[in-house]
Design a protein around this ligand. Structure first.
Ligand SMILES: C[S@@+](CC[C@H](N)C(=O)[O-])C[C@H]1O[C@@H](n2cnc3c(N)ncnc32)[C@H](O)[C@@H]1O
Length: 202
C-alpha cells in the first residue's frame, strides 16, 4: 500500500493535515476577524488539535510564542518540517491528547485556538475545563464549532459524536458552567457550517 493510502486508512483526517495545503490554508473569514481583534500583542499562544499548523502559520511573524499540540505524530512531524524549511523557530509542536490531563501550568497562555470541540466526544468538557485552567485571567479562547449544516456540507465525515451549535446563545449556555462567557462571535459568513466565538473568563 502506498504511504498516502496507508495514512488515509489509519488516520480519520486523511492526508490533509500531513501535507502542506492545510498549513497554508489560512483563516476562515470570521476566524480572521476575531484573531485580528483579540490577538493584538505578542502572546503565549496554544493551538489545540493543530494538525500541521494552520492556525499558527498566519501569525508566526507577530512575536508570539506558539505551542501546537496534536495526538497524531505525522501531522506534528509535517508541521515541524514546514517550520524548519521556512526558518520559523517560535512555533513548537508537541504530542498530546486533549482528552487526557494537560501538562501545562495554570494560566500559561494568553490565547488558545480550540477548533476540535465539536469532534472529540464527551471528553470535550474536560478539555474545555483544561483550556480555562491554562488560560490567563485576561486571556481569550477562540472556540470553533460545527453548526447543524456540517453533515450536509461534509456527508462523508464521521459525525456521530459531533456536537453542533447554531448560535452564540447555545454556546453561552454550554460554557457558562465551566466559567467562560462568550464575548464575541458568530457563524462564518461564507462557510455557514462553522461558528467561531471568543471566550473569556466570567
Ligand atoms: C479537523 S482537524 C483540524 C486541524 C487544524 N486545527 C485546522 O483547523 O486546520 C482536527 C485535528 O485535531 C487532531 N485531534 C483529534 N482529536 C484529538 C485529541 N483528542 N487530542 C489532540 N488532537 C486531536 C487531529 O489529529 C487533527 O489534526
Amino acid at each position: 500500500m502506498k504511504k498516502e493510502e496507508r495514512i488515509k486508512k489509519t488516520f480519520p483526517w486523511g492526508t490533509l493535515f500531513a501535507a502542506r495545503e492545510n498549513f497554508e490554508f489560512g483563516y476562515f473569514t470570521k476566524e480572521k476577524e476575531l484573531v485580528d481583534k483579540y490577538l493584538t500583542r505578542p502572546s503565549d499562544v496554544l493551538v489545540l488539535g493543530s494538525g500541521n499548523g494552520r492556525e499558527a502559520f498566519p501569525i508566526h511573524a507577530n512575536g508570539h510564542s506558539i505551542v501546537c499540540i496534536d495526538n497524531v505524530t505525522i501531522y506534528l512531524d509535517a508541521g515541524r518540517l514546514l517550520c524548519k524549511k521556512r526558518g520559523i523557530d517560535n512555533v513548537t509542536f508537541k504530542e498530546m491528547d486533549v482528552t487526557q490531563p494537560w501538562p501545562f501550568q495554570d494560566e500559561a497562555f494568553d490565547f488558545i485556538f480550540f477548533s476540535i470541540f465539536s469532534y472529540i466526544g464527551d471528553r470535550r468538557w474536560h478539555a474545555l475545563q483544561e483550556a480555562r485552567r491554562v488560560m490567563r485571567g485576561a486571556g481569550y479562547t477562540l472556540l470553533s464549532t460545527a453548526t447543524s449544516l456540517y453533515p450536509q456540507r461534509h456527508p462523508r465525515s464521521l459525525h456521530s459524536e459531533y456536537l453542533f451549535f447554531d448560535n452564540v446563545d447555545s454556546i453561552q449556555n454550554a460554557v457558562d458552567p465551566i466559567g467562560f462567557r462568550v464575548l464575541d462571535g458568530g457563524v462564518d459568513p461564507k462557510r455557514h457550517e462553522y461558528l467561531f466565538v471568543i471566550l473569556a473568563r466570567n
